[in-house]
Structures are given as structure tokens and as C-alpha cells.
Design a protein around this ligand. Structure first.
Ligand SMILES: [Zn+2]
Length: 227
């Protein structure tokens, strides 16, 4: 079955005529085989992949060996088959509990709350954190009808019940909706007698004061610290 979008792509992506934009409506000229057009269309849906990159990737795979293409296809299939959410922290994992939750070398009295699984990787890369995590899977967004009960917050509160957790680090993103989530978490966790901290807001490394926006610079000033 060919979607309207595929039809568009068929005309746009001419391998031998990259400048050809095509007559989308006529349906008479066909420059790209349907399977190639379909793959370009799929790649183009991925974040950070524009039409040109999608085209380059599709033709790269076409030129490569059957094994390469099969290996990629299998990796994509097993991603959905084998990956599940950790029953403790709700990070994505192929074993339950996940490797972070299983790690006895880590400090389980500290939990860092993040919005999505992909937020864990950059925090881990810093090498500065040895606690565990909790992924709430989203932010509070009244406009989109997403309240706290739609997130993994109930499960998080359950983790705090045994009194072993001494600090919760709120590592939400610096935007309005995430701020609502951060405030909400602070309000419900503080009464439990647990120390709640959050990531400092401030200037990125390499930034110049002269070009910093008022909000960022104001927060950097508020979050100033001793040397
Ligand atoms: Zn886990």
C-alpha cells in the first residue's frame, strides 16, 4: 500500500537527479523504487535526520552488504522485543531490575529523578553521580491533560516509604512544564523529611556573560557558590 506521503517522496528523491523536486500530483514519473522511498520516509521521521540525511542513509544501506542491512533490521526489531521498563526505577532495560538498580556499589540512599530514560545517559557520562535514578516518564502538562497521576510518581513515593532514602535530586529540564513537575515533587517530598535538591541553573561552559540571556544569567547569579 502506498501512502500519499510515499508518493511525494517517490518524486522528490530521484537518485540521479537530486535537484529534481518533481510533479507531486501527476503520478506519471517515478524516479525511486517504492522500498527505497519507504526507507527514506522512515529515516526522515527520526530526530535530527532531515530529508537529505535520510536519503544518504538509505542509499548507503542499499550499497552495503545484505548482512549489514539484516543486522540493522534485527537490532531495530530486538530493541522493541527485548527492552522493557525496570520495575524499580522505570529506566529502559533488558534485565529487571536494571543494571543500575542491581549495582550494590551505588549509593541507594540518593535518587535522582529524571523525566525520560534518555536523561540518564548524560548524567552518567559526567561520572559525578553514584546514586540511583527514577524515571517519571513525562512532565506535568495541564494543557495536554497530563497530571501527576499519569506519571510514575506514585511508584516513586512507594520507593521513599522505607526511610532509606536521604536525598532526592530533581534533574528536570529548564522549561515551564518541567518546572511545574519540579515544584510538585519538592512539595510532596519535603514533608517526608527527605532532603530535596535540584540541578543548578547557570551559564554553560564557554558562554560569555555579554551574550547570556537575562533568565540564565539571573539564575547563575542566584545559584552562586563559594570557591
Ligand atoms: Zn532500575
Amino acid at each position: 500500500m502506498k501512502s500519499e506521503l510515499s508518493k511525494t517522496w517517490v518524486f522528490r528523491y530521484a537518485p540521479d537527479r537530486p535537484d529534481f523536486i518533481g510533479d507531486k500530483g501527476s503520478g506519471k514519473m517515478r524516479f525511486v523504487a517504492e522500498p527505497v522511498a519507504r526507507l527514506i520516509e522512515e529515516f526522515n521521521k527520526l530526530p535530527g535526520i532531515g530529508p537529505k540525511s535520510a536519503q544518504r542513509l538509505a542509499y548507503h544501506l542499499l550499497r552495503g552488504s545484505d548482512e549489514e542491512a539484516t543486522s540493522l533490521a534485527e537490532a531495530i526489531l530486538t530493541l522493541k522485543e527485548k527492552i522493557k521498563l525496570c520495575s524499580v526505577c522505570f529506566n529502559i532495560t533488558d534485565c529487571d531490575p536494571c543494571l543500575i538498580c542491581q549495582d550494590t556499589e551505588r549509593d541507594h540512599s540518593r535518587i535522582c529523578v529524571v523525566e525520560k530514560p534518555s536523561d540518564i545517559l548524560p548524567l552518567e557520562r559526567t561520572g559525578k553521580y553514584n546514586g540511583v535514578y527514577h524515571v517519571v516518564h513525562g512532565t506535568i502538562s495541564p494543557a495536554q491533560g497530563i497530571g501527576p497521576e499519569e506519571l510514575k510518581i506514585k511508584e516513586f513515593l512507594a520507593r521513599l516509604q522505607d526511610g532509606s532514602v536521604t536525598e532526592v535530586i530533581v534533574a528536570t529540564n529548564p522549561n515551564v512544564e518541567s518546572e511545574t513537575l519540579a515544584m510538585y515533587l519538592q512539595q510532596i517530598i519535603t514533608p517526608l523529611g527527605i532532603h530535596v535538591t535540584r540541578l543548578a541553573r547557570g551559564l554553560p561552559f564557554g558562554a560569555e556573560l555579554e551574550y547570556a540571556d537575562d533568565l540564565t544569567l539571573g539564575q547563575a547569579l542566584e545559584n552562586r557558590r563559594d570557591f
